[in-house]
Design a protein around this ligand. Structure first.
Ligand code: ADE
Length: 299
């Protein structure tokens, strides 16, 4: 059962959207809300069985009087030819592309020192290069001449992303790409923005992180000012807002949807250590030593 949209029904009647990674997690919630609002949605994923399951489930949300529809395209966004095919087949089917939501992405948990080049490249290729390829293709084939709106889903990487350095680097790069494209494509009437979700719980995310999933989500809760995890249905309204005419003067921006998590605590523990370089000697270092000497017997 999908959450009910707060936006007015019919808001996206006659519009066409591509949602990458639209079959699961945050992407599925975005697709469900766009459908409720009358949009024709093309969902893209690498995995055909995920696409089929999502189409079966989400097509049941569409009421008979609605102009909404959902179709699926198998597409690995890392591959230029597959991205070309996704855009061409959408244009063949619907004759327009109003919205692109770059949600497809993925990562795995690993300290940076243990990451192989292959693992690093896979995450950069999907999250950064895949987003670039989708933006470029949709722009060249449609939005350059007709305008349109793009939303990139990034991450809470504002203080780095220890434990997932590859995705932190890729998502920060997408934020910067968003700003460049907002300027380069403004004269085509293209608006492009990013959304940076905090810790969002979904069944798919749990599956992706395998055994680490429950612990990762549990450890995040104390670091979230809301003292709970977020849900995909709390990201999709922000996407709908940025796609909608209510955001007609917003471009090149990033909207954090994280309950203030990025301003607060980090789950990454730094063990006590004495490996840090010593400070330059001087009166303040001496004064601190005296303070510490006095404190030590009391500890
Ligand atoms: N979602 C996660 N990885 C993806 C990929 N490579 N292509 C499309 N959607 C994805």
């Amino acid at each position: 059962m999908a959450a009910r949209s707060v936006f007015r029904s019919g808001l996206f009647n006659g519009r066409v959207a591509i949602v990458t990674g639209g079959a699961t997690g945050i992407g599925k919630a975005i697709t469900a809300e766009l459908l409720q609002l009358g949009c024709r949605v093309v969902i893209a994923s690498r995995k055909s069985e995920r696409l089929e399951a999502a189409v079966d489930e989400l097509s049941q949300l569409i009421i008979s009087s609605s102009s909404a529809s959902i179709t699926a395209v198998c597409c690995n966004i890392r591959h230029e030819d597959q991205v070309r095919n996704m855009v061409a087949s959408t244009l063949r089917q619907y004759g327009r592309i109003d919205y692109l939501v770059n949600n497809g992405g993925g990562q795995f948990s690993s300290p940076a020192a243990n990451m192989s080049l292959k693992g690093w490249n896979a995450v950069i290729d999907t999250n950064l290069t895949g987003t670039f390829l989708c933006c470029r293709e949709v722009y060249n084939e449609w939005m350059k001449d007709h305008g349109g709106t793009i939303v990139n889903i990034i991450a809470d990487m504002w203080r780095g992303f220890p434990g997932m350095a590859h995705t932190g680097a890729a998502r920060a790069a997408v934020e910067n790409l968003t700003k460049s494209l907002a300027i380069e494509w403004a004269s085509s009437g293209v608006r492009i923005n990013s959304i940076a979700p905090g810790s969002i719980f979904s069944k798919t995310a749990m599956e992706n992180y395998k055994d680490l999933g429950p612990m990762m989500f549990q450890m995040a809760v104390p670091c979230i000012p809301a003292k709970r995890l977020g849900f995909p249905e709390e990201i999709s309204p922000a996407v709908c807002f940025l796609l909608s005419p209510a955001a007609s003067f917003i471009s090149g921006a990033t909207l954090k949807v994280d309950a203030g998590q990025s301003l607060y605590d980090s789950v990454w523990e730094i063990p006590d250590h004495s490996a840090w370089p010593a400070p330059p000697e001087g009166e303040n270092v001496c004064a601190l030593r005296e303070v510490m000497k006095e404190l030590k017997p009391k500890l």
